[in-house]
Design a protein around this ligand. Sequence first.
Ligand code: DHB
Ligand code: MG
Length: 221
Amino acid sequence: MSNQTDFMPDSFYKYYSGVGFREPDILKQLREKTAGLSNSQMQIAPEQGQFMALLVKLMKAHKTLEIGTFTGYSSLAVALALPALGEMICCDISEDYTNVAREFWELAGVAEKIDLRIGPAMETLDHMIADEGQVGTFDFAFIDADKVSYPGYFERALTLLRPGGLIAIDNVFRNGRVAESGENDDATRVTRQFNEDLMQDSRIELSMVPIADGLTLAMKR
Ligand code: DHB
Ligand code: MG
């Protein structure tokens, strides 16, 4: 589950939900809608949405990237935190899930800020780098798509980011499986190695934040 912060007892989460984050009504509505769909566990936690929105505001981010949009909760949280002329490029492979996202971007009045690219994100990112002149132009990026591709997404996001820009990476805990040597599904193995590689990566400042299912923050030096 990453719909709420892992490693926190449900009884405490109940308290935390009352004082720990504010969830705009439109995000609450999207959460309720997504809860009825398959794969709803892929949605980020509300405390994580608020945290990412705060980071985006703090950085005065203008241009952001999202890899893995699903029904749009994280993109909406970030888009609401962007200035009126802010921009976001969202990558996803699913028309169905992102149709829900589009509906809520419209309802929230942020659709103008968002450029949704349907297709394999690796191809979209390579195109942005090779053909669109977007290298070094992004302030913030959120990686939350297929876990085995995280290393490739990270390299491309780092290329697209300006120095001082921030990458946030979801699910770095894999519900605790990264710490269990017997857990060796592909996604967990790749995430475990990726976490170790980031520790050694001198191109970034690093903080692995124990919110939701683990959110690594990597600032490009
Ligand atoms: C899964 C993917 C996610 O990005 C997430 O946050 C939770 C679960 C999944 O693939 O099941
Ligand atoms: Mg995720």
